[in-house]
Design a binder for this molecule. Structure first.
Ligand code: FAD
Length: 362
């Protein structure tokens, strides 16, 4: 039975472990410095909103296309997973359209006539008379919001149900991971799901990976009805506006920023005020029109999106004699692409197993 170590317990590592375990026929250990329940600047997944706002530029990209049906099913049929259905409202500002939407940070999201109109349920262009002031155009569709504090532990539970074992561990070099299987055997395959730390991990040291710092404010106020996001803000080029209410009492996430190459773990109080002002302006129902003083703050937070020049890395590579399947660099779409990426990881693992079996090594 092939032995697999999944390095990383963020949404990428956990989804891979789950999809591999569901297949059966592997002995899987998840090894990670941080696990669900931890809040740390080196661990991005807990900080995400998270919702589904398709960002791929390529209409044939499978990552988000293949993930959406799974997340929709979880939201509708598996309440304990911590997702619920919400309407997403994507707004293009007149100012950003005038500059060719160059400043819009979410890639494919703000495109006109977007590819995802065929994928996302209940897609509609917002008629001009329904647009907020200053908005050129926009669209709405059915999405989901994920309470990451519930969903990540749910993934751990699902993995455990299928026999995955969990271990804390820190590796300096990727080749150390193959000694960390719970079986005591050397792992045949290591899945590298180390997120933004892939740029610091020995044997990988991917210099194309960099953080895109996201600052958020989590509040108790409810943002019923829809999740707005806009193509830019007047405050700074790397500041954006989005609001999303998490399922199961997870509070409402107010965002945010997209600050490239910025590793600062501390919430900036001035940015926090600007985030709250933008959110209340876009969604006045949050405070019944009373302004930011009426926001009840649960916490301020910062997470580092694992961005990568050239996009996500999902490929196999032999490092020091061990097969490694990389799955990192998901920037701001790690949840909404998680099942599509895990599906590719499963395919690559299968290819390696078949190849090694042909050579009678497994
Ligand atoms: P991580 O969650 O960072 O996990 C990495 C894992 O690897 C951790 O367990 C870590 O401990 C482990 N690790 C790393 N190095 C080592 C080592 N050397 N030894 C041992 N363990 C190691 N995405 C969406 O889809 N929708 C959203 O709405 C959304 N909103 C976001 C909002 C914010 C503010 C932020 C910050 C992100 C958002 N994202 C969103 C992006 C999403 O959070 C990330 O793409 C995703 O969490 C990346 O997950 P990951 O598993 O690859 O990395």
């Amino acid at each position: 039975m092939p032995t697999i170590v999944v390095l990383g317990a963020g949404v990428s590592g956990l989804t891979c472990a789950l999809e591999l375990a569901k297949q059966g026929g592997h002995e899987i250990t998840v090894v990670a410095k941080h696990m669900p329940g931890d809040y740390d600047i080196e661990y991005t997944s807990p900080w995400a909103g998270a919702n589904v706002l398709p960002m791929a530029l390529d209409k044939d990209s499978r990552w988000e296309r293949r993930t959406w049906p799974v997340l929709r099913r979880l939201a509708k049929e598996v309440p304990e997973a911590g997702l619920h259905v919400q309407t997403a409202r994507v707004l293009r500002r007149e100012k950003d359209v005038a500059t060719g939407l160059k400043a819009a940070l979410a890639d494919g999201l703000f495109q006109f006539d977007p590819w995802y109109k065929e994928v996302m349920d209940n897609f509609r262009e917002i008629p001009a008379n329904e647009l907020p002031k200053g908005m050129h155009s926009g669209c709405e569709f059915m999405s989901v919001c994920i309470n990451t504090a519930i969903y990540l532990p749910w993934l751990v539970g699902q993995c455990a149900k299928y026999g995955v074992q969990f271990k804390r561990g820190i590796v300096k070099h990727i080749s150390q991971a193959h000694n960390l299987s719970h079986t005591g055997k050397k792992a045949d395959i290591v899945v590298n799901a180390t997120g933004v730390l892939a740029c610091k991990l020995g044997g990988v040291m991917d210099k194309a990976v960099y953080p895109a710092r996201g600052q958020i404010v989590v509040v108790r106020n409810e943002a019923k009805g829809f999740m707005p996001t806009s193509s830019g803000s007047d405050d700074a080029d790397d500041e954006i506006m989005y609001v999303m209410q998490r399922a199961l009492g997870g509070g409402t996430i107010l965002g945010g920023t997209y600050m490239r190459h910025n590793w600062d773990p501390n919430p900036d109080p001035n940015i926090a005020v600007r985030i709250m002002k933008r959110a209340v302006e876009a969604h006045p129902e949050l405070t019944d029109g009373k302004g930011i003083e009426a926001l009840s703050i649960i916490r301020h937070g910062v997470g580092l999106r694992p961005a990568r020049e050239g996009g996500v890395r999902i490929e196999k590579e032999k490092i020091d004699g061990t097969w490694v399947v990389h799955n990192y660099g998901h920037a701001g779409w790690g949840y909404q692409g998680s099942y599509g990426c895990a599906e590719k990881v499963v395919e690559l693992v299968d290819e390696i197993v078949k190849q090694e079996k042909r050579q009678s090594k497994l």
